[in-house]
Write a protein that binds this ligand. Structure first.
Ligand code: GTP
Ligand code: MN
Ligand code: MN
Length: 596
């Protein structure tokens, strides 16, 4: 290691934390950057890095009159989504990673990636990014430090987390921090690995520049490592939005909901109730991740570990999600959207006319009518949560919010009805465990294929899926006021492939029923699958819906459930002896109820 490294790590470093200093030194020795920069999270630093990113072509300034503080980033076209097949859980025993994760032996992974990281930052700058997941000083908050050679990562982490000096101060001399190492490398999919070492609280990510692979606080720490820590420490790290819904009397009910990637969390969390819901208010605590632990009063409390939104852009407009449109009006980083002639952004499903000419997400000229999409289907915005007009006043509360309802929902064009309530916690865990969803552009691979995605955690559970489901079952012993559990499906279609339910803000109609059920305000109707609204309990006045649409959206069809049960069986078989007994019993009960 050159003396500049020693100087940068040892003397200029804004910390005396010996573990941190020696780890940064070791990583610098391996990656051999020209410079080491400790990020403080200041405005001056943001300005300096933004200017540099523009100079290097990493960020393209957008029309600053229309979108102040906004920039466009174009990623490598081979690097536009999470790569599940290149994501590994590296536990000493293969069985601990379970059948739903890719596994690599930790020794082997450190060696293999070590060779890739060897000298990977030559000629580049290593940024040391300390960050907090969760409100600063909170009991659930965790500290991570990401070492990266990407300015794009630094600027995104600055929005998505509480980044810089306050996080470093919170860490103090403690050795309890997540160690994240990222290098963009040559962005070659053959040399791309996202490796997690839960037993070392360590993440190594090489060869990608795409959000979910490289913003290590998010999916890697807050979900994969988080879920592992949650099991050890008795809490839950979940792929869930958190919202507060306030009724006209002023009573606020907090709800957490797990939908798979690109299946409606951000939209639901930012929803504006329709006109007929005068006096109702929905406020966002979080849009992607919930950390939940039992509070002193025995209720389940949730925090959002993030400070910003990394949201799906296509389909966002002033009708579907006006709060998101307001959120991305300023100080937002756009990734892989199209650009208009006057330097604004565009995407499929935006308001207004399709422009005659655009520059597409790859920087190529695009003309109206071109069969290729101008924005990538997984194009994203990174925006601070403080931009959200519907931000909950509790979003920064270190204690979190008490959760009264948990919702599981997938993208299913058939089989799963609009809404139902679980009979009890164990049945609710069964509903979550047997979630299926049609795949989306959020991950590399074919879209539109149904896959089992238990609790929307298939790509994010950092340990054995069977143990994870058992952990959920065990949680009920320590929660004295159990949240009620529900299942929803906004995506059921008619024979012509049209959505039966209008969705978006109209989901308020379903949310109202859920709130009413939580507070015991409405009776319900029992079905083979669970409790459902009685006819008329979900108001449909004012909706442009044929009466048969709601009947179809809520129907339970025996033949569809035959194949559903079969597919669930394959999933449980995969878990082998780790399939929780209580869930197998739920399965037997369901089969006997359905008589198949
Ligand atoms: P990640 O951020 O990847 O975890 O996804 P997400 O769950 O936050 O999904 P998001 O809210 O961004 O929605 C993804 C896509 O689903 C967008 O194209 C939305 O327009 C669409 N969508 C969201 N809510 C609804 C709904 O209620 N009905 C229908 N039909 N589409 C919806
Ligand atoms: Mn997500
Ligand atoms: Mn989202």
């Amino acid at each position: 290691m050159s003396s500049t490294h020693q100087a940068a790590v040892g003397h200029d470093a804004p910390t005396k934390n010996a573990d941190l200093l020696s780890w940064v030194t070791r990583c610098a020795r391996m990656t051999q950057p020209d410079r080491i920069v400790w990020c403080d999270g200041s405005e001056a630093e943001k300005k300096r890095l933004t200017e540099q990113a523009v100079k290097e072509g990493i960020l393209i300034p957008l029309n600053q009159e229309k979108r102040p503080g906004c920039y466009l980033h174009r990623s490598n076209p081979n690097d536009v989504a999470r790569v599940e097949h290149l994501t590994f859980i590296c536990t000493p025993n293969k069985t601990d990673a379970g059948p739903t994760n890719n596994w690599m032996d930790p020794e082997q992974a450190y060696t293999k990636l070590g060779l890739l990281f060897d000298g990977s930052m030559k000629g580049r700058t290593l940024y040391v990014v300390p960050y907090a997941m969760g409100p600063l000083g909170g009991p659930s908050t965790k500290i991570g430090v990401e070492l990266t050679d990407s300015i794009y990562v630094v600027l995104n982490m600055r929005i998505m987390t509480r980044m810089g000096k306050p996080a470093l101060d919170m860490l103090g001399d403690s050795e309890d921090f997540n160690r994240g190492l990222h290098s963009t490398g040559d962005v070659n999919p053959d040399r791309r690995y996202i490796c997690h070492f839960p037993q070392d609280n360590t993440i190594w990510s090489f060869g990608s520049g795409y959000g979910g692979n490289v913003l290590l606080g998010k999916k890697c720490l807050a979900l994969r490592i988080g879920s592992y820590l949650g099991r050890e420490e008795g809490w839950l790290a979940e792929h869930m939005l958190i919202l507060g819904v306030t009724d006209p009397k002023g009573q606020t009910t907090y709800v957490a909901a797990a939908f798979p990637s690109a299946c409606g969390k951000t939209n639901f969390a930012m929803m504006i109730p329709p006109k007929s819901y005068q006096g109702w208010k929905v406020e966002t605590v979080g849009d992607d991740i919930a950390w939940m632990r039992v509070g002193p009063d025995g209720r389940l409390y949730a925090i959002n570990p993030e400070a910003g939104y990394f949201g799906v852009v296509p389909g966002t407009n002033t009708k579907t999600n006006p709060n998101a449109m307001a959120t991305i009006a300023k100080d937002t980083l756009f990734t892989n959207v199209a650009m208009t002639a006057d330097g604004d952004v565009w995407w499929e499903g935006k308001d207004g006319e399709v422009p005659e000419e655009l520059v597409d997400w790859q920087g190529r000229p695009w003309k109206k009518g071109c069969p290729e999409k101008a924005a990538h289907p997984n194009s994203r915005f990174t925006a601070p949560m403080t931009n959200n007009p519907a931000l909950s006043p509790k979003a920064n509360d270190p204690q979190g919010v008490p959760i009264s309802a948990i919702i599981f929902g997938g993208r299913r064009s058939n089989t799963v009805p609009l809404v139902l309530q679980a009979f009890n916690w164990t049945h609710g865990v069964f509903l979550g465990a047997t979630m299926g969803s049609e795949t989306t552009a959020a991950a590399t691979g074919k879209v539109g294929v149904v896959r089992r995605d238990p609790m929307a955690m298939l790509p994010f559970c950092g340990y054995h899926m069977g143990d994870y489901l058992q952990h959920w079952l065990d949680m009920q012993k320590s929660i004295t006021h159990l949240p009620k559990i529900f299942q929803v499906n906004w995506f059921r279609q008619d024979k012509n492939g049209k959505y039966l339910w209008p969705g978006y803000g109209e989901n308020m109609r379903v949310l109202e029923w859920i709130v009413n059920r939580v507070h015991g305000r409405v009776p319900t109707q029992e079905t083979l699958l669970g409790w459902v609204p009685r006819q008329g309990d979900i108001p449909i006045q004012g909706l442009d819906l044929p009466p048969e649409a709601i009947a179809e959206a809520t129907s339970i069809k025996a033949d569809e459930w035959k194949s559903e049960l079969k597919s669930q069986e394959v999933f449980f078989e995969q878990l082998g002896t780790k399939a929780p007994e209580a869930l197998m019993l739920q399965r037997k009960l369901l089969i006997s109820r359905l008589g198949s």
